[in-house]
Design a protein around this ligand. Structure first.
Ligand code: SAH
Ligand code: SF4
Ligand code: F3S
Length: 481
């Protein structure tokens, strides 16, 4: 007999910090649909808004898969939906603010139609402060669940629909890898494939190890068979996902690592493979060999540096020095043909002096990143950095961010201009939002290319001659061959 009791269970960041040495259980039978929930959504709609990283996008597609299994149909707006879910991100304060704004705006909708179910899930639901605030000030929220119990949606939703009580179930400790959940993918061309969950790096500023739990790898057999299924379904591209994909397999203790996995995925014949995110710390030479050797592994690496100053990197617990990062960067540039490299940078970390920030600027000038995501440091409750004095003023942080964006844009434009005259392979995704006659897609190097071409080729990988370059996009014309 399946237990489908629902617990009123709130998260604890203190508990979430704990790591057990136990290997994770792989659960192939984690989805249970109570009898009275089969077809419950027939004729009804759901709306889901997902914030945050690719991992959260992938979760959003699983949540959609489960709701569609129950009979619900996806809607692209709040108004005519019976279930509204906000799949949230906790990475910075502004991510929080957006969600609280959104939940506030839903109050009227709920007042007009008390039958709808409003739910909050994702990383913010893993934070005790958030759950308390939602319970205290946002009575319109009916359902709160976290990142570790998505498989429980049919049971939690049942409770929310039938009991009319508030349903809160957030597990702080992630125990399992749950397989065989249905996925409703948004794209017919590009698919996310989780290879591992969680993060054990505990960079001092980061909330992710708390909201996503310990590092747990999927078994290679399960990953490969998912990719093989995607090949059969005509998918052109997979992105292998993990907070630090380099650490794949370490928790399984079988000696099979990310380089091995990447090579096996390449052999499935899927036309394009990407992966995010790689931590610079354990990027192995064997990984570089595999990336360089296989044509279907894309020459694009997202390699977050975070800061160009050794003392700040140490305070962030990033486990590498600027010299080590540079060594890896040049190795990649030399060994992987036409590789593009992007990064993440935080400005205004506690104690960051003007001179330390200048070190970051200097590094960006020297390295020529194809692009960089730049952020103002945001203290996250429960993290070690949140206990350090956040002593850079907000104005200084903004000025540093602007200086950095200027430098990053200059380097992006410089690199993009070097593409003019070259012919790139582009996966055609559709027509440009602004002009029906212009098609758009991404090159192997992950450059967004807008070009004149044949509409019939949407969904295919074709050749485009680059005729112009802007900071964040390239322009071109389709060529035959
Ligand atoms: N696992 C990835 C990062 C995921 S979070 C990695 O280690 O590379 C994405 C980015 O958000 C980080 O690289 C970092 O630059 C930024 N970030 C994380 N926590 C932050 C915080 N507290 N304030 C500002 N930016 C933050
Ligand atoms: Fe956060 Fe660091 Fe883990 Fe990335 S590696 S998710 S920045 S703790
Ligand atoms: Fe945000 Fe959670 Fe991803 S905090 S960045 S959605 S892992």
């Amino acid at each position: 007999m399946k237990d489908y009791s629902v617990y009123f269970k709130k998260p604890s960041l203190k508990e979430a910090r704990r790591r057990s040495r136990e290997p994770s259980n792989i659960n192939y039978d984690g989805l249970y649909v109570p009898d009275d929930m089969h077809g419950i959504g027939k004729g009804k709609k759901y709306y889901i808004r997902t914030y945050g990283c690719q991992g959260n996008q992938a979760d959003g597609e699983t949540i959609s898969g489960i709701l569609e299994l129950l009979g619900y149909e996806k809607s692209d707006n709040f108004e005519n939906s019976h279930i509204i879910l906000l799949n949230t991100c906790a990475i910075r304060e502004n991510a929080h603010n957006k969600v609280f704004g959104e939940v506030g705006a839903l109050k009227k909708l709920k007042a007009n139609n008390p039958e709808i179910v409003i739910g909050v899930c994702g990383c913010m639901a893993q934070e005790e402060g958030v759950v308390e605030k939602l319970l205290r000030t946002y009575p319109q929220v009916d359902l709160i669940f976290g990142t570790h119990n998505i498989n429980r949606i049919p049971i939690l939703l049942r409770e929310a629909l039938f009991s009319k009580e508030k349903v809160v179930e957030v597990l702080s400790i992630a125990g399992e890898v749950i397989e065989n959940l249905p996925v409703a993918r948004e794209s017919k061309l590009k698919a996310w494939v989780n290879i591992m969950f969680g993060c054990d790096k505990f960079c001092t500023y980061c909330i992710v190890p708390f909201t996503r739990g310990k590092e747990r790898s999927r078994l290679k057999e399960d990953i490969i068979s998912e990719v093989e299924g995607l090949v059969k379904d005509g998918y052109q591209e997979v992105t292998l996902l993990g907070q630090n994909v380099n650490a794949y397999g370490q928790d399984l203790d079988t000696g099979y690592d990310f380089a091995n996995l990447l090579e096996e995925v390449a052999k499935t014949g899927i036309p394009r493979i990407r992966f995010v995110t790689s931590h610079p710390w354990n990027f192995s030479d064997e990984m570089i060999r595999v990336i360089a050797e296989y044509d279907n592994i894309m020459p694009y690496i997202h390699l977050p540096i975070q800061s160009g100053d050794d003392d700040i990197l140490a305070k962030m617990s990033r486990r590498y020095t600027v010299e080590e990062y540079k060594g890896l960067y040049y190795k990649l540039r030399n060994r992987v043909k036409n590789c593009s490299i992007t990064t993440d940078i935080i400005v205004g970390f506690p104690g960051e002096s003007e001179a330390q920030f200048e070190n970051t600027l200097k590094l960006v000038k020297e390295l020529d990143f194809d692009s960089a995501y730049t952020f103002i440091y945001s203290p996250r409750e429960g993290t070690p950095a949140s206990k350090m004095r956040d002593d850079v003023t907000h104005d200084d942080k903004k000025v540093r961010l602007q200086k950095l964006i200027k430098e990053v844009s200059a380097s992006a434009l410089k690199i993009n201009k070097e593409y003019v005259g070259r012919t790139l392979k582009v996966l055609v995704e559709g027509t440009s939002k602004k002009n029906e006659k212009i098609l758009s897609g991404y090159s192997e190097e992950n450059k967004l290319v807008n070009f004149k071409g044949r509409k019939d080729d949407i969904g295919k990988i074709i050749k485009v001659k680059i005729t112009g370059a802007k900071t964040w996009t390239l322009q071109g014309e389709q060529v035959d061959g």
